[in-house]
Write a protein of this length. Sequence first.
Length: 159
Amino acid sequence: MRVIFLLFIIVPIIEITLLINVGQMIGVWYTVGLVLLSAFIGVNMLRIQSLGTLMRARERMDQGEIPGQEMGEGIVLAVGGALLVTPGFVTDVVGFCCLIPYTRKALVHFLSQRMTVVTSMQATSTPPPHSPPFGDAPGHSESTPRSGDIIDGEYTRKD
């Protein structure tokens, strides 16, 4: 907890110092332009990388697998996106590292080795044998309807 507190104090001081120094070297408007340009490029990179990760996650779910790597990459992408829209050069560098596929996968691998994943599974009924854990893939339906899937009833709304 102390580390996070120190980061919230140290990082803004470093960013302000760096922005002032860069502003004195190249000018205020060029510094503002660099900050805005890095945010613009970062948002576009984030959109492209997020769509790719989402597609890979969807493919893994369609195959009946849990997309653990993709979920971790999604979290790193979200953190990287937040860092890129934060004004400053240090946060931009860390944010771009979160968006580059090689460094993102290495970061997810590093973090996943230091985490413990606890799963909880509560089943109300037993799935049929040889069925994928996430249900049928899109476009694939059973030829006969399962019993108990349809509930017929009426309701009235009382406001």
